[in-house]
Design a protein around this ligand. Structure first.
Ligand code: LMR
Length: 400
């Protein structure tokens, strides 16, 4: 009965790792998926995560019972506080409904399913370009996806005018997906002044903001600074949704730890929203897994561990920033044609190089460097040892 099934294409991001794994070359380099690597090119488990795990293992009172449908209550409270900030009025007034979900993707999907069922508008605007999975997550949930201008290839920066025009022309009530910080794939973020203008526009038109916060702490090295855009929207008393991921900032990729928070205008609304989130989640996966959320909650509630986490997080962010500088210097030293200053101007895990898909294919074939075909490279996958190899490849690709 399945004989006629067509072969599906690999995922544009995760498929890069599949191709990389098949390559026997000793010099191969995976700059596809956004996953942090050490200077030695190894995945990193944070010390504080090991500590929290040890703490959990030693606690004999812990059992493996099902979590409630919305997950670990303590984790949810701490997650909302992490993104919305200490003393946030919405939290204090019990206006925030939070559900532990399966990392950022799961949080987006639960939010999208909830909106498809309960929100009067079904159009969501996502930036052009955006993380490749956004389109699929929202479409699969039954929303209709449109784009707003975001990236300007000529300046390799923000097309702020285009963004304002497109959101200004969106129908009242439409949803808007915003990357909280470290925009993926471009590494281009609005300034705080521009965020303020975006906020005023969104509020004046009654659009509904949905933040994807996958890199809190990764853009600037500061958890508070990276949460600033979200906090500006919550401070004005209006509604918004936030999907949080702990994949990058705690390195909990495979544990699938994240949260969806829906900020409402009143406590009774939040409590009804929460009741409906349960109805969305139960038929999808019943309830979320316990281990990763327990690690995150342990770190977030223990002040020593929290401080240690911030130091380790800053070290990851700083290493990425130093990779930007090293790659920029290496291209300058080679006299590679073109302006490469965007490598040091863009922030977060990725550089949107401006290389086209032919150049990317050339670099993969000749230099065994793996990256997404849109020219995005994961700076977190680079090290001092591999910078020269990448610079050689880029130089060859643009001068051939
Ligand atoms: C990425 O963009 O590389 C990450 O967010 C990982 C993923 O799931 O695509």
């Amino acid at each position: 009965v399945f004989a006629a099934i067509a072969q599906a294409p690999e995922d544009p991001i995760l498929g890069v790792t599949v191709a990389y794994n098949k390559d026997p070359s000793p010099i191969k380099l995976n700059l596809g998926v956004g996953a942090y690597r050490t200077e030695e090119g190894k995945p990193l488990v944070l010390n504080v995560v090991r500590k929290a795990e040890q703490f959990l293992v030693n606690d004999q009172s812990r059992v493996k019972e099902y979590l409630p449908i919305l997950g670990l209550a303590e984790f949810n409270k701490l997650s909302a506080k992490l993104i919305l900030g200490d003393g946030c009025a919405a939290i204090e007034e019990n206006r925030v409904a939070t559900a532990q979900c399966l990392s950022g993707t799961g949080s987006l999907r639960v939010g999208a399913e909830f909106l498809a069922k309960h929100y009067h508008q079904h159009t969501i605007y996502i930036p052009l370009p955006s993380w490749g999975n956004h389109l699929k997550v929202f479409t699969m949930a039954g929303l209709s996806v449109k784009t707003y201008r975001y990236y300007d290839p000529t300046t390799r920066g923000l097309n702020f005018q285009g963004l304002l025009e497109d959101l200004g022309a969106a129908p009242a009530g439409a949803m808007v997906l915003l990357h909280a910080c470290a925009h993926n794939p471009t590494g281009v973020d609005p300034t705080l002044e521009q965020w303020e203008q975006i906020r005023q526009l969104i509020r004046s038109k009654g659009l509904l903001p949905f933040f994807d916060s996958a890199y809190q702490g990764f853009a600037s090295g500061s958890l508070d600074a990276d949460a600033q855009p979200v906090r500006m929207f919550v401070a004005d008393g209006g509604e918004c949704l936030v999907a949080q991921s702990y994949a990058k900032n705690m390195g909990l990729y495979g544990e699938r730890v994240g949260a969806l928070s829906i900020v409402c205008k009143a406590a009774d609304v939040a409590s009804r929203v929460e009741s409906q989130l349960k109805l969305v989640i139960r038929p999808m996966y019943s309830n979320p897994p316990i281990h990763g959320a327990s690690i995150a909650a342990t770190i977030l509630k223990n002040s020593d561990m929290y401080d240690e986490w911030k130091i380790e997080l800053k070290a990851m962010a700083d290493r990425i920033i130093s990779m930007r500088k090293q790659l920029f210097d290496a291209l300058s030293a080679r006299g590679t044609p073109g302006d490469w200053s965007h490598i040091i101007k863009q922030i977060g895990m990725f550089t949107f190089t401006g290389l086209n898909s032919d150049q990317v294919a050339f670099m993969t074939k000749e230099y065994h460097i793996y990256m997404t075909s849109d020219g995005r490279i994961s700076m977190a996958g680079l090290s001092s040892k591999t910078v020269p190899h990448l610079a050689d490849a880029i130089h060859a690709a643009v001068t051939r």
